[in-house]
Ligand binder design. Sequence first.
Ligand code: TYD
Ligand code: MG
Length: 455
Amino acid sequence: MAKVQKRFVCQSCGSVHHRWQGQCVDCSEWNTLVEEAPLNATPFQAKHNLQGGGRMIAMTALDAQSVLPDRLPFGIAEFDRALGGGLVAGSATLIGGDPGIGKSTLLLQAAAALARAGHDVAYVSGEEAADQVRLRAQRLGLGDAPVRLAAATSTRDILTTLGHGTPPRLLVIDSIQTMHSDLIEGAPGTVSQVRATAQELIRFAKERGTAVVLVGHVTKDGAIAGPRVLEHMVDTVLSFEGERSHQYRILRSLKNRFGGTDEIGVFAMAGDGLVEVSNPSALFLTQRDEGVTGATVFPALEGTRPVLVEIQALVVRVASGATPRRSVVGWDSARLAMILAVLEARCGLSFSTCEVYLNVAGGYRIQDPAADLAVAAALVSGLSERPVPADAVAFGEIALSGELRPVAHAPLRLKESAKLGFERALLPSSVDTAAMRQSAFRTLGQFVDHLLGRG
Ligand code: TYD
Ligand code: MG
C-alpha cells in the first residue's frame, strides 16, 4: 500500500506543504501551518474528480414554485422598510454604525416592540451590564416589555441557554466584537474571534429558525470592525448613519439577500429614544424666509424615497494674496471644486478672491450627483447676493463642458417638491415631465443668466 502523504496547509494563504515548518515559504507568515487529513483519493481519481460514493443531489428548474420567506415585522415602519418588510426567520442581520449613534437604543426598542406583540425575544449585551440595559429600557418607557435579557460574552453559554426549549424568534447580540468563542484562541474583537463567533451564531439561526441580529462597530475608515468577511456571512447588512451632533439617523440597507437595498428608514434621536420620521423632508428643510441669498432647496433621492434638503453657500470676498478657503459640510469637496471651475471657465464667474463655505442643512449628507445644479444656484446666489426664488427647487448634473445632464427619477423629485408647497423647478431641459412649472436649461451658462436676470 502506498505511503499516505502528510499535508500541512497554511491558514493564511492556503498553500500546501509536505512537512511542517515554522514559517510559510509562500506568504512568510509564522505559525500558520496546520496538518490536515490526507485526501482520500488516488491521484487519478483526484485529477478526474471521480471520487465516487457521493449522493445524488436533486436539480430543480429555476421557474419552479418557491415559497416566499416568512417575514416578522417589528411594527416599527421605518425599520421594517429598511429590511424590506421585516425580519426573515432563520436569517442573520448585521447592523453597523459609529459608537454612540444609537444602535443599542434602536435594537432595544425593536426587541421590546416584538416582545410586546407576543413573540419570544432575547437580548444579549456584551457591552453593558443587565442593570444598565434595564435602566435604559425604563427610561425609554419599555420597562414592561417581556424581553429575555442577559449580559454575556461566551457564545457557548448563550447558545446552550437558548438551545434549551423553544428557541426565541429574535436574538439580538450587542455587539459581535465583544463575543468570545472558546473553540479558538484569541481575544474578543480579533478577526478570528469575530468570524468564529458569528459562524456559531449564524449556524444557530439557520438550524433553529431564530432571526439573529448582530451589532457591529465601525472603524474610523467606515468598515465594520473585524473582517469584511462578516458582511459575506450574513444575509442582510444595515448601516445606521448620521451626525452625532444632529438628531436625524438613517438606517440604510447595504446588502439584502431577501429584498432590495434601495430603501432607507429615517429616525430622529429624541429624549425618549428614536422616533420614526415618516416625512423626512420636513426635518431637513429649515424654516425658509423670502429673500435669503445663497440657499437653494434640492430634492435628493434616497433609494426610491425623495428627501428635500436645503443647500447653503456663503461666499466671502477676501483680500487677494492668500489662497481662499473652501469648506464643505455634507457634500463632496472635490465636486465643489469642479462646480467652481465650471462656473469660472464656462460662465465667467470668478470665485478666486472669495472664500466659499458650503453646508447642507440639518446635518444631512448628500450622495446624489443630481445636487450639482442646486449647489451652483446657491453659489451664484451667494456671489451675486440675489436670492434664488423661495418657491423653487433645483436639480441636475453638470458636465465639465457646462452642459446640464438629466438625472434619475425626476418625476418623483417633482412630486415630493409639489407636495411640500414648491411651485417651480429649475432643471436640465432634457428632463421631460409636466409635474410642475419649470424653467429648463440646456447649459449652466443659460441657468446662470436666468438667475442673474440677464435675459
Ligand atoms: P446607543 O444606542 O448607546 O449607541 P450605540 O449602541 O450605537 O453605541 O446611543 C447612545 C446615544 O444616544 C447617547 O449618546 C445618548 C443618546 N440617547 C438619546 O439621545 N436619547 C435616548 O433616549 C437614548 C436612550 C440615548
Ligand atoms: Mg451600544
